[in-house]
Design a protein around this ligand. Structure first.
Ligand SMILES: Nc1ncnc2c1ncn2[C@@H]1O[C@H](COP(=O)(O)OP(=O)(O)O)[C@@H](O)[C@H]1O
Ligand SMILES: O=C(O)C[C@@H](O)[C@H](O)C(=O)COP(=O)(O)O
Length: 320
């Protein structure tokens, strides 16, 4: 029997096509390099590379792109038995990235009829979740049915079995129908989760621009299930808030930035790994930040994920 999974990520496994030529708009970019992408897939790869036992629940296209994603996840050590192939011809999502300058990056997602949003409750076995330590849900999987119901079911199974639920807000402005819908579903899951991670902008979207303030956002959620809220602020770092009123500041490791995307998924990977290894929240923020610093200096969001040695070398080189 397989040993217990420490983490299952749920949702999008897709393809990133990152501009090979930097410092130009997408209109003028002629070549792209292909990587596995999709926030939950990136986090599965990142945490697996750090040494956690990780599985993923996802749905990809039944074609060469789906094969590429599954093969890469397997090669990265991610248990892929519940990465299903869509039987109705739906496609693996594609993300094209533009690197105009290290500070000016953007992404264009092709997600019409994306296979991951058709992940359904029939695509996985409840026991798979029951036997894991943690389940990571990405906000995008809530944007459309049947993936939305599948996510709520997965959370329900996790909660009934004492499996920790981590919610990565992962807001993408695709496939949602209205601001109210985003807020309703994201808030419902955030209130049920044990740990919530998101950028300040993502909290603003979830809250429909009510708080604009980390303390207020954290206070509101900490009255429900969550024990830990992490609010990220890009180059300004991050802040963690605990149920017993602790506020922990996370700083950044300055680096030569190649592109800005990938920071969130690598941060989550380092942060979750450190928590699993019983590091303090302060240390977990350092691991997340070091991991992100390494990934923003490289070309991809998945292949660039650091090893534990890379992260600890970076942290140690700044000690004192
Ligand atoms: N330019 C950067 N240089 C070094 N670290 C960065 C940089 N941008 C982000 N990070 C790190 O990555 C974390 C997450 O970045 P952020 O941009 O807030 O998330 P997201 O990528 O999800 O939008 C930050 O809290 C910080 O630790
Ligand atoms: O999540 C996606 O589908 C796209 C990602 O694979 C892409 O690399 C990206 O945008 C990463 O973003 P971030 O980690 O949230 O900065």
């Amino acid at each position: 029997m397989m040993s217990k999974l420490e983490l299952i990520t749920f949702g999008r496994a897709a393809v990133d096509l990152n501009a090979t030529e930097y410092n130009r708009p997408m209109e003028e970019t002629m070549t792209f390099t292909k990587y596995v992408g999709g926030s939950p897939a990136n986090i599965a790869i990142g945490t697996s590379k750090l040494g956690l036992k990780v599985g993923m629940i996802a749905k990809v296209s039944d074609d060469q792109h789906g094969n590429f994603v599954i093969n890469y996840l397997k090669k990265s050590g991610v248990d892929s038995q519940y990465i299903k192939k869509d039987t109705q011809g739906r496609k693996t999502g594609l993300t094209f990235t533009e690197i105009k300058s290290p500070e000016e990056c953007s992404i264009v997602m092709y997600r019409e009829n994306a296979a991951d949003l058709y992940l359904s409750v029939d695509d996985f076995d409840d026991d798979y979740i029951k036997n894991a330590e943690s389940l990571l849900i990405s906000g995008t999987s809530l944007s459309q049915s049947p993936s939305r119901e599948a996510a709520f079911h997965a959370i329900d199974v996790a909660k009934k079995s004492g499996v920790e639920v981590i919610f990565e807000l992962d807001y993408r402005p695709y496939t949602w129908k209205s601001k109210e819908e985003i807020s309703i579903y994201m808030t419902a899951v955030a209130r049920m989760a044990d740990i919530v991670i998101g950028t300040r902008d993502e909290f603003d979207i979830m809250e429909m621009n009510i708080n604009f303030d980390d303390e207020a956002s954290a206070k509101e959620l900490l009255e429900y299930t969550p024990r830990l809220i992490v609010i990220k602020h890009g180059v300004k770092g991050s802040r963690a808030f605990t149920k017993d009123g602790e506020v922990i500041e996370g700083t950044i490791y300055k680096t030569k930035v190649l592109k800005t995307f990938g920071a969130g998924d690598s941060f989550a990977s380092g942060f979750i790994y450190a928590l699993k290894k019983n590091k303090s929240i302060k240390e977990a923020l350092q691991y997340g930040s070091a991991s992100a610093s390494i990934v923003v200096s490289k070309h991809s969001s998945s292949e660039a994920m650091p090893t534990i040695q890379d992260i600890e070398n970076l942290i140690n080189s700044h000690e004192g």
